[in-house]
Write a protein that binds this ligand. Structure first.
Ligand SMILES: C[S@@+](CC[C@H](N)C(=O)[O-])C[C@H]1O[C@@H](n2cnc3c(N)ncnc32)[C@H](O)[C@@H]1O
Length: 243
């Protein structure tokens, strides 16, 4: 399975990931979660697993809506940070999504492109199986992924982004079934380079992976306001999944 050298173990555990993605903020999480729980009609008091929760921006807000929430993530630093918000109905755990989850819940949310990292499709199927096994009867799962078609069509090969006094050089390409984003910067004279790699998973490919794990896609949305998914124009591919 994983080795310590997996890119997602390193990059997401750095402070630089959080600097680069600071626009993916609490407000965005709150809009999306408000719309999602309303659409799903999840009763207050139900339990939700925020799978790959990062620093917990969705978990913390869901908990404020009176859900029992467990946030799970591979990044030790992110879980340490999120754990500062723990309470009796909000827990955070270090968890690799490829291993069975230690909780049973009414809903599993996998948010903001926290899927499609693994080279082998059988690992993606295993993640969905883990989700299935952690769901209570009539449970629901949600995967919020990027819209691969639109992302590829609009790919900016090279750009420079200045954030918190850091000049990030970003380059992107599509190679061997993955969208690869290379991130380079220098801090206090030290050169850093990381990359992100997410699989070109279209709706059709998701259907195969999800049905191989024994679940089905019940609905799709194309953004955080839950407009319909449109392959040409949507920014996101949001999947509503159940038995
Ligand atoms: C793009 S971030 C999204 C974080 C969070 N959902 C958010 O919206 O802020 C992806 C997250 O997936 C986590 N992750 C990567 N590989 C993982 C794995 N194998 N198991 C669990 N979490 C993983 C990373 O540590 C990171 O926090």
């Amino acid at each position: 399975m994983s080795s310590k050298k997996d890119w997602f173990t390193d990059w997401f555990n750095t402070k630089y990931y959080h600097i680069l993605y600071q626009h993916r903020d609490d407000y965005e999480a709150q809009v999306f979660m408000t719309n999602l729980v309303k659409y799903l009609e999840i009763p207050k008091g139900n339990s939700i697993l925020d799978l790959a929760c990062g620093k917990g921006r969705h978990s913390i807000f869901l908990n404020s809506l009176e859900y029992k929430v467990t946030g799970a993530d591979l990044s030790i630093n992110s879980i340490k940070h999120a754990s500062e918000s723990k309470n009796e109905s909000l827990d955070f755990i270090v968890q690799d999504m490829r291993l069975p989850f230690p909780v049973k819940v009414d809903a599993v949310f996998n948010l903001f492109t926290s899927f499609g990292y693994f080279a082998d499709d059988t690992e993606d199927i295993r993640v969905i199986e883990n989700i299935k096994n952690s769901l209570n009867k009539n449970g629901v799962a949600v995967i919020d992924y990027l819209n691969v078609q639109k992302t590829i069509e609009n790919l900016i090969p090279n750009e420079t982004i200045f954030l918190d006094d850091i000049e990030f050089q970003i380059s992107k390409e599509v190679k061997n079934d993955f969208i690869i984003k290379k991130i380079e910067f220098t801090v206090e004279g030290k050169y850093h380079n990381y990359y992100e790699r997410v699989k070109c998973l279209t709706l059709e490919r998701f259907e195969k992976i999800i049905s191989a794990a024994g679940l089905k896609i019940k609905n799709t949305f194309g953004d955080y306001n839950l407009h319909s998914y449109d392959r040409e124009n949507s920014n996101r591919l949001i999947l509503i999944i159940a038995e």
